[in-house]
Design a protein around this ligand. Structure first.
Ligand SMILES: [Fe+2]
Length: 282
């Protein structure tokens, strides 16, 4: 099984820009690359902050770009999202019995569980798993097939990353999430967005992957606490392979349009500039 992860698309209404970037234009490049490179993927998961200000026009623009994907999508909520305008443009998106945008997707090779960590009731950039969502998680973990990996997706990390401002807006009740996990089943992998940086590690023994954003990024800065330091580092999408219980995650810098060459080519190796290298080509 293969699937793609994109996150933090931060769409704005068509024609507008955000921090100098056009999220729609950028996602269109990703869609083109994904369609051209992968004809065997099960889904594309977009793990929250689909829209920057959460208005319907932004979701309409996102819907238009995602329509170009050949693969099905699984869309999730982030702190910038709003469920009602989202639903107006994505009526067929995941919805649990309480209206949260979360679901269990069972594939032959893995089970994908998505959680909705948006705190819309008491608007807050931090995430929350209310009692209903904790119960959903408990049911999902307890009932998923045990013969294949369980991959848990949520927008907000339940732990500190060292990015000081971002740590103030993590999942507010990560301990409650941990209590559910500890009493049911540990996911085999935890995937998140929100931090706008590529980060990997383990949380209480669970390996995790945090995907870089599609749009603006958060700086490699462990000092600034009073605001979120931003950058425009290049984005990635992740290609995840799950095969016989093994999980391999590739990152693709999909905006790259520089030289492609053979590392075995002596002419390429002795090129004196990237321009000369580009002329060597493949
Ligand atoms: Fe974000």
């Amino acid at each position: 099984m293969r699937f793609v992860i994109l996150t933090d698309t931060h769409f704005v209404p068509r024609g507008r820009k955000l921090y100098g970037l056009d999220p729609a234009q950028r996602l269109a490049v990703a869609v083109e690359k994904i369609n051209a490179s992968h004809n065997d993927i099960s889904c594309v998961i977009v793990s929250g902050d689909l829209a920057h200000w959460g208005e319907r026009a932004a979701y309409a623009s996102l819907s238009g770009v995602l329509a170009g994907l050949k693969s099905p999508t699984i869309l999730m909520m982030g702190n910038h999202d709003r469920r009602e305008p989202f639903r107006l443009e994505f009526a067929g998106a995941d919805r649990d019995p309480h209206g949260f945008v979360q679901a269990v997707h069972t594939f032959d090779a893995a089970t994908i569980v998505t959680l909705d960590t948006l705190n819309e009731e008491t608007p807050d950039q931090a995430g929350i798993l209310c009692q209903r969502r904790l119960e959903f998680l408990a049911d999902a973990l307890a009932s998923a097939p045990t013969d294949r990996p369980l991959l848990l997706f949520q927008h907000h990390p339940p732990f500190d990353s060292g990015l000081r401002y971002m740590d103030t807006i993590k999942l507010a009740n990560g301990e409650a999430e941990w209590d559910v996990i500890a009493s049911t089943r540990k996911p085999d992998y935890l995937f998140m967005g929100h931090l706008h940086r590529p980060i990997a590690g383990t949380w209480r023994g669970i390996p995790f992957h945090i995907q870089r954003a599609l749009t603006h990024q958060v700086a490699f800065d462990f000092e600034t606490a009073g605001y979120i330091p931003g950058t425009l580092e290049a984005p990635d999408y992740a290609l995840v392979d799950v095969d016989k219980g093994n999980i391999v995650i590739h990152q693709r810098s999909f905006l790259y349009d520089g030289p492609a060459f053979s590392l075995h080519d002596p002419k390429a190796a002795s090129s004196r500039s990237t321009r000369e290298l580009a002329e060597v080509g493949l």
